[in-house]
Design a binder for this molecule. Structure first.
Ligand code: PEP
Length: 252
């Protein structure tokens, strides 16, 4: 069954203490509230264990924002999927446009990261999305299809069905410029059709596809009400519990 999911991405923000202040605030705000979606918070690596501990016994799960493409060994500075898993984090964001653009993450490399994540029982939240010039030159569908094919389409049906996808148009990330509900639905429907062609109706219908890009309390409900938008990957608006809560509540 396809799930509704609201996932935060703190990026490189918050000290450990600030992260724990956030989790205490969110726990208080969610106390005795009905939550109609899965909630995931993507923290820096060093916060994972403590933030996961802080959310223990709640419905909130914790994600890393990256993992190594190798299992273990002499890779100074890298963090493996099994290390992430050992912190009780359950998810890992992969293929974020910032990692593709600033750290040269290629489709080939991301393919290996996805395999590492799956072999450590982490759920990848795999991001795709086009740059502004690609949309303006009408290449956005091709770009997204290539990103899916280049990193994911060698996976078995069984492995693919463990993934969450996130459509994040690069021009909407951190810019305050959100895709319209129609633009989001159009791309999400295209992604789902691409999945039908590769993995069949059942897998395609069961895959959660999140929207990301300046999603906030003011636009979440409209975006999430589209038939192929199953929630959001939230950057800036996930940094404060009071701003994140109404996005979760968009599913109420
Ligand atoms: C993101 O980085 O995944 C994101 C969607 O950021 P923002 O919500 O700030 O646009």
């Amino acid at each position: 069954m396809r799930k509704n999911i609201v996932a935060g991405n703190w990026k490189m923000n918050k000290t450990l203490q600030e992260g724990l202040t956030f989790s205490n605030e969110l726990k208080k705000l969610l106390n005795n509230k009905s939550v109609n979606c899965e909630v995931v918070i993507g923290t820096p690596f060093i916060h994972l264990s403590e933030v996961a501990k802080s959310f223990k016994g709640t419905k909130v799960m914790v994600a890393a924002q990256n993992c190594a493409d190798k299992e273990s060994g002499a890779y100074t500075g890298e963090v493996s999927a099994s290390m992430i898993s050992s912190t009780n984090a359950t998810h890992v964001i992969l293929g974020h446009s910032e990692r593709r653009a600033y750290y040269n993450e290629t489709p080939e490399l991301l393919k290996d990261k996805v395999l590492q994540a799956l072999s450590s029982n982490l759920t990848p939240i795999f991001c795709v999305g086009e740059a502004l010039e690609e949309r303006e030159s009408d290449k956005h569908f091709d770009v997204v299809a290539e990103q899916l094919k280049g990193s994911l389409f060698e996976l078995s049906k069984d492995d693919f069905s463990k993934l969450i996808l996130a459509y994040e148009p690069v021009w909407a990330i951190g810019t305050g410029k959100t895709a319209s509900a129609e633009q989001a639905q159009e791309m999400h429907a295209f992604i789902r059709k691409t999945l039908v062609e590769k993995y069949g109706e059942e897998v395609a219908n069961d895959t959660s596809i999140l929207y990301g890009g300046s999603c906030n309390a003011g636009n979440a409900k409209e975006l999430f009400s589209n038939p192929d938008v199953d929630g959001g990957l939230i950057g800036g608006a996930s940094l404060e519990a009071e701003k994140f809560l109404p996005i979760i509540e968009a599913f109420n």
